[in-house]
Write a protein that binds this ligand. Structure first.
Ligand SMILES: C[S@@+](CC[C@H](N)C(=O)[O-])C[C@H]1O[C@@H](n2cnc3c(N)ncnc32)[C@H](O)[C@@H]1O
Length: 265
């Protein structure tokens, strides 16, 4: 991996003492920033893999959103099919689901300018943070999608449009009654597979052992995916994956991290 530009924090400290402004639906005019509920109630209610969170943006994040959202942001409204060639100038595109605050995303974009990253999350401060990092570091290969990755995949991405997909430290949903909210499930893999090119790489990582076991089980059982590891197990951490914010928190608690690398058949 090439050296990280010095001004991409790793991970970025929260802006200390920076004046915080509350995001409300009035904060961004249509097209000027992420919509609070981009797909609205048009889609059926379903189990969601993300936690609704209060979304407070710092002034710096709000400024980055106002500056870069019109060109580098998109709402997942489920209303159109995206032309990734047009969005990324013909670069191969990797989808990153759940980028959090986006520090690792920015590092990967800087290290590999020949790959476009379509980064999706519902978290407005993270969207502002990632757009700010992309703006300050001249990263033209990142686009930020606001909303549910499931709707993005189902309604807005054409067949074989993705070179890969990254899911780093998805919400572990540890309680048994919440396991149905975990992202990596057979239905998700069935939705993702046809959007990946053949041979496209799905890269998952988690510090939650029972979820790692579930990932390995459902990926191994799915007919559209094949483990890159001859022994059928976890993969060594690839050099291109930076330490993420959630990973750092897991390591501080003594958790063991597992990477899973599977190809689309
Ligand atoms: C535990 S955090 C990990 C963030 C980051 N990858 C890291 O390692 O620091 C999981 C993130 O996934 C996002 N997320 C979960 N389900 C999602 C979905 N269906 N669509 C978009 N984002 C989702 C959450 O909002 C959250 O920011």
């Amino acid at each position: 991996m090439s050296e990280q530009p010095e001004n991409i924090p790793h991970p970025a400290p929260e802006a200390q003492g920076e004046q915080r402004v509350r995001r409300g639906s009035q904060r961004f005019a249509p097209g000027e920033g992420p919509a609070p509920d981009p797909a609205g109630s048009h889609y059926e209610r379903r189990i969601r893999s993300f936690q609704p969170r209060r979304s407070r943006v710092t002034t710096g994040q709000a400024e980055a959103l106002l500056k870069r959202w019109p060109d580098w942001g998109l709402d997942i409204d489920g209303a159109r099919v995206l032309d990734l060639d047009e969005m990324f100038g013909g670069l191969p595109v990797v989808l990153e689901i759940g980028f959090g605050m986006g520090e690792a995303t920015a590092q990967m974009a800087a290290a590999d300018p020949g790959t476009g990253i379509l980064a999706v999350d519902v978290h407005t401060p993270g969207q502002g943070n990632l757009l700010g990092l992309a703006d300050r570091n001249g990263l033209t290969n990142v686009r930020v999608a606001n909303g549910d990755a499931i709707i993005l995949l189902r309604e807005m991405l054409p067949p074989e449009s993705l070179a890969g997909c990254r899911v780093y430290f998805p919400d572990p949903w540890p309680k048994a009654r919440h396991h149905k909210r975990r992202l990596i499930q057979p239905d998700f893999l069935t939705l993702l597979a046809p959007r990946l090119v053949k041979g496209g790489l799905l890269h998952c990582a988690t510090d939650w052992e029972p979820y790692a076991e579930q990932m390995l089980e459902v990926l191994t059982a799915h007919p559209d995916f094949e483990n890159t590891q001859a022994d059928g197990g976890y993969a060594p951490r690839p050099g291109f994956r930076p330490l993420t914010r959630f990973e750092g928190q897991g390591l501080d608690k003594g958790h063991v991290v597992h990477d899973l690398l599977f190809h689309r058949v």
